[in-house]
Design a protein around this ligand. Structure first.
Ligand code: AMP
Ligand code: ZN
Length: 110
């Protein structure tokens, strides 16, 4: 766990947050400032700064983020209408929280 990292604190339940889903490796919660009718963040519990920092050791968790995103899209009822999943990478890429997270946005037309 990284000191002063907001998403480490959320993932380790130091900051109470309603999880849509949780397992041993990751948590899913709603973005506090949604950019779409459905806006979820899929966040590994283990601290990784950004996509720039992933190694082959992280292949499993990155793959799991994507497969859980697929399940969450279905759960939120946006799988058929469609959605976007993306990582912002570093400041120029719009990243403001430096603990890797996958965005899932959708729900414009269900
Ligand atoms: P990024 O710009 O990719 O780093 O995304 C960070 C996201 O985290 C933004 O969309 C914020 O709205 C969201 N966010 C920041 N603080 C919280 C929080 N406490 N709970 C939920 N979402 C948050
Ligand atoms: Zn962190």
């Amino acid at each position: 766990m990284e000191k002063d990292c907001l998403f480490c604190k959320i993932a380790n339940e130091e900051i109470p947050t309603e999880f849509i889903y949780k397992n041993d490796n990751l948590v899913v919660f709603r973005d506090i400032n949604p950019q779409a009718p459905v806006h979820l963040l899929i966040v590994p519990i283990r601290h990784i700064r950004s996509i720039n920092d992933i190694t082959q050791n992280d292949n499993d968790i990155i793959s799991e983020l994507i497969s859980v995103a697929k399940e969450m899209a279905k759960k939120e009822g946006v799988d058929k209408s469609g959605y976007k999943i993306f990582f912002n990478v570093e400041k120029g890429g719009g990243q403001v929280i430096f603990h890797i997270h996958l965005h899932l946005i959708g729900g414009w037309e269900k």
